[in-house]
Design a protein around this ligand. Structure first.
Ligand code: NAD
Ligand code: IPM
Ligand code: MN
Length: 359
């Protein structure tokens, strides 16, 4: 039996609901494929603030560092929205990414044929879409200095965030993106705002220079405003997209809607070595929390990404993805991916259907 240490961070809102479903799925896969998962649950986000005062307690980061992979659900909620920035759940998430040096965030947007009609776009636009967004995750305007709310000379307050990238930060995310594109259709689109921002000019220059090392990849560039428009106009033009932290955050939510719901999108956050963090692209959905309405599939598919990219268990990942496919074929739909005339199932019932499909 191969054994893996996995830290679970259920977090807030719908987090614990979708995590519970996913742990059941992992345990069933484990017993079928003779893998054993040693789950350690730890506090993170609002749940951690309530218990310890900190959104990412030292003990949680330590537990994560000691594990083979980290499975995170979602953090945040109204209750903590008015806390000072350093105490907010979101700050804990940024500290986790920085603490584990997870500079590369892979966010696949793949349209499953069963859900084509759940998209808000026309069938012919979304059918067959298969995009990988490679988002830089530990730099850019999320982390640049100076940052803060300062008193200006005129007595006015001045809010400051700084978009900055160093050569080495651009180089390492660029390499991940080119290598990702090599394993896919071999087309890479780099998204920036080089017509206005110096930081983007450096980004474009360095990504362009990197292309020489990857002659088999066809590189193109788009300004981010145009990229947002192209994503909804004709998403099939994209294979792999590489972009900075903020643009990647925004474009991946837009890409999510191509698939019918943000409740479908998993992600993998990876560093040079050490454990990765695997989490849905969506947040804690406080508007539907505690009502058994959440779509658990982004979380379940994040576990599949964990098995594939973090634990080198592609067979287990394949099985989970196949089971998700089966339940969608069988017509199971949570409210967010329901087409007209369908009856929604809850989060738990969706989980049970996956367990049955696995068995
Ligand atoms: P959100 O992604 O939580 O929700 C946006 C909308 O999508 C809501 O209507 C929600 O009900 C719906 N939705 C999201 N996930 C769903 C699912 N699995 N099934 C069905 N519907 C789903 O974004 P928001 O409302 O802007 O943010 C809520 C909180 O989550 C905030 O505190 C935010 O900071 C936080 N957040 C956390 C993460 C994370 O933990 N990685 C990501 C994004 C937002
Ligand atoms: C995401 C979220 C986070 C981000 C927030 C909650 C810090 O929106 O994972 O996409 O902006 O990266
Ligand atoms: Mn986001």
């Amino acid at each position: 039996t191969q054994s893996f240490r996995i830290t679970l961070l259920p977090g807030d809102g719908i987090g614990p609901e979708i995590m519970a479903v996913t742990v059941d799925v992992m345990n069933q896969i484990g017993s079928q494929l003779d893998l054993s998962f040693d789950f350690q649950e730890a506090l993170m986000g609002g749940a951690a603030i309530d218990e310890t005062g900190s959104p990412l307690p030292e003990a949680t980061l330590e537990t994560c560092k000691q594990s083979d992979a980290v499975l995170l659900a979602a953090i945040g909620g109204y209750k903590w929205d008015t806390l000072p920035r350093h105490q907010r759940p979101e700050t804990g998430l940024l500290a986790l990414r920085a603490g584990l040096e997870l500079f590369a965030n892979l966010r696949p947007a793949t349209i499953l044929p069963q859900l084509v009609d759940a998209s808000s776009l026309k069938r012919e636009v979304v059918e067959g879409v298969d995009i990988m967004v490679v988002r830089e995750l530990t730099g850019g305007i999320y982390f640049g200095e100076p940052k803060g709310i300062f008193q200006s000379e005129t007595g006015e307050k001045r809010g400051v965030s700084t978009m900055a990238y160093t050569e080495s930060e651009i180089d390492r995310i660029g390499r991940v993106a080119f290598e990702t594109a090599q394993k896919r259709q071999g087309r890479l689109c780099s998204v920036d705002k080089a017509n206005v921002l110096e930081v983007s000019q450096l980004w474009r220059d360095l990504i362009t220079a990197l292309a020489a090392d990857y002659p088999d990849v066809e590189l193109s560039h788009l300004y981010v405003d145009n990229a947002a428009m192209q994503l909804v106009r004709w998403p099939k033009q994209f294979d792999t997209i590489v972009t900075g932290n903020l643009f990647g955050d925004i474009l991946s939510d837009a890409a999510a809607m191509l698939t019918g719901s943000i409740g479908m999108l998993p992600s993998a956050s990876l560093g040079a070595d050490g454990p990765g963090v695997f989490e849905p692209v969506h947040g804690s959905a406080p508007d539907i929390a505690g009502q058994d309405k959440a779509n658990p599939l982004a979380q379940v598919l994040s576990a599949a990404m964990m098995l594939r990219y973090g634990l080198d268990q592609p067979a287990a990942a394949d099985k989970i993805e196949a089971a998700v496919n089966t339940v969608l074929d069988q017509g199971y739909r949570t409210g967010d991916i329901m087409a007209e005339g369908m009856t929604p199932v809850g989060c738990k019932a969706m989980g049970d259907a996956i367990l049955e499909a696995l068995a």
